[in-house]
Design a protein around this ligand. Structure first.
Ligand code: SAM
Ligand code: SF4
Length: 431
């Protein structure tokens, strides 16, 4: 979502004659777009500002603005502790960024803009331009969260659940398509809580799937509790909907799920997976896990390991519990750091084995890959299969934006290597 927000910020500042640069030594305005989900984010801001200060010691000071969830959570504290920062702008106020920059240029004053104006934000932002002509683009459809898991800052930093209108989203998709997008990744902190005038995520997916040039649709991140029957059905009906579902569970222990306020049990989660497999047996799953949550015993951890084995996730994202200031879990008694680290290590070792087994199984098999970029000016092309696995092939044809059938000839933990299968009868997907 931060990547999506950063792209919108680039579109926005274009209006006041700022342009994106990769030359970080010669910058007029720095925007540090931050994430606050785990610790060290705030320290990273101070560290980055220190680096900018050093770089510009003998040059004109650039404008420095902190945006995103660290700005929302820390606000005034950042401005008071680091005088080099000119403004803090929360994730629901960044449509005001141009005025903020102009005010700083003119009056040289400090600005704190951390109100929740999510409706105003989307009303004011220009339609995303996809100026980089990405084949695969993000589209934020929903923001915020009403669930209040006890460990999480999102409800405090991004505010309550908000869904954008279907018309606005279709327009934005059409605009992305004009500039080369062929795959759309629908984003939301609880993307399947999407609801606009009674229309759910499944409806939006069906509407987007009617856009001819959109060939693939993905969405992330789903909450198990918002996985309604119509969304399950969409995985049967909508062929453009890709068969990888990111479905965070956090823990395999009912006791810990309860302590987290996750609102679902392991039985409910397993039943949901069963239902999804029934409508489409090709569906694979990825998940997030928090290891070492307060109160997690050896048995709770073993239950998490059991779940990991049972589902056979093709990808997992696991982190040690990080107490976030202001959340209820931050006040709970932490478990021993050493124990958490040991558990994380054994969890990740097993998750890696499961992932590699899955990947080795792809050897000599066929998959459909949508190509996004050529690499290093060589005849190498990067793309993704239906399960979001990165695939590299060699080709003299420009494959950008095209879908090709590929045979996987080699795998490692990050990449699949393939060769294009010639099929003269295949329908052309050229962009
Ligand atoms: N809404 C999604 C859900 O409920 O599953 C997850 C979105 S959350 C922004 C992304 C992930 O960050 C979570 O799934 C969780 O694993 C991780 N996370 C959030 N707070 C955390 C914390 N305090 N410590 C460690 N991991 C955390
Ligand atoms: Fe955070 Fe997701 Fe829980 Fe909301 S549902 S509080 S975003 S982990």
């Amino acid at each position: 979502m931060n990547q999506y927000d950063s792209n919108r910020i680039y579109d926005l500042v274009d209006k006041i004659d700022y342009q994106k640069t990769n030359n970080l030594k010669d910058v007029n305005c720095y925007v540090l777009n931050t994430c606050h989900i785990r610790e060290k984010a705030t320290e990273k801001v101070y560290h980055d500002v220190g680096r900018i200060k050093k770089e510009f010691k003998n040059k004109k000071k650039p404008i420095v603005i902190v945006t995103g969830c660290v700005a929302q959570a820390e606000g005034e504290i950042l401005l008071n502790r680091e005088k080099y920062i000119d403004a803090v702008v929360g994730p629901q106020s960044y449509h005001k960024l141009n005025q903020t920059i102009i005010d700083i240029e003119r009056k040289n004053k400090k600005i704190n803009s951390t109100q929740f104006n999510v409706v105003e934000k989307f009303d004011n932002l220009n339609i995303t331009k996809n100026s980089d002509s990405n084949v695969s683009s993000f589209l934020t459809i929903q923001e915020g969260c009403n669930k209040f898991c006890k460990f999480c800052v999102v409800p405090y930093t991004r505010g309550p659940e908000f869904s954008r209108s279907i018309d606005e989203l279709i327009n934005e998709t059409l605009n992305l398509v004009k500039n080369g997008t062929r795959e759309i990744n629908l984003l939301g902190q609880n993307v399947n809580a999407y609801c606009y005038n009674g229309k759910r995520l499944s409806h939006l997916i069906e509407e987007i799937s009617k856009i001819d040039k959109i060939k693939r649709i993905r969405y992330t991140t789903s909450h198990p509790i918002d996985f309604s029957e119509d969304l399950i059905e969409a995985h049967k009906k909508v062929t453009k909907l890709m068969p990888l579902i990111h479905l965070p569970v956090q823990s395999g222990s009912d006791k810990i799920l309860k302590k987290m306020n996750r609102k679902h049990s392991i039985k409910y989660y397993l039943d949901l997976i069963k239902k999804l497999k029934l409508v489409n047996s090709r569906i694979e799953f990825s998940s997030d896990f928090i290891i070492g949550y307060p109160g997690e015993t050896d048995q709770d951890f073993l239950n998490t390991i059991k779940l990991l084995k049972e589902i056979g996730y093709i990808n997992t994202y696991s982190f040690i519990f990080s107490p976030r200031p202001g959340t209820p879990a931050a006040k709970m008694k932490k478990i021993d750091d050493y124990v958490s680290k040991e558990r994380l290590f054994s969890f990740q070792k097993l998750a890696h084995e499961i992932k590699m087994k899955y990947r080795k199984n792809l050897l000599n098999k066929k998959s459909l890959v949508m190509f996004e970029n050529s690499m290093n000016n060589k005849n190498l092309f990067f793309g993704r299969d239906e399960f979001s696995n990165s695939v590299i092939v060699e080709s003299t044809e420009n494959l950008r934006g095209k879908i090709r059938e590929v045979e996987i000839v080699d795998v490692n933990q990050g990449t699949l290597f393939g060769k294009i299968l010639e099929n003269k009868n295949k329908k052309e997907f050229a962009a």
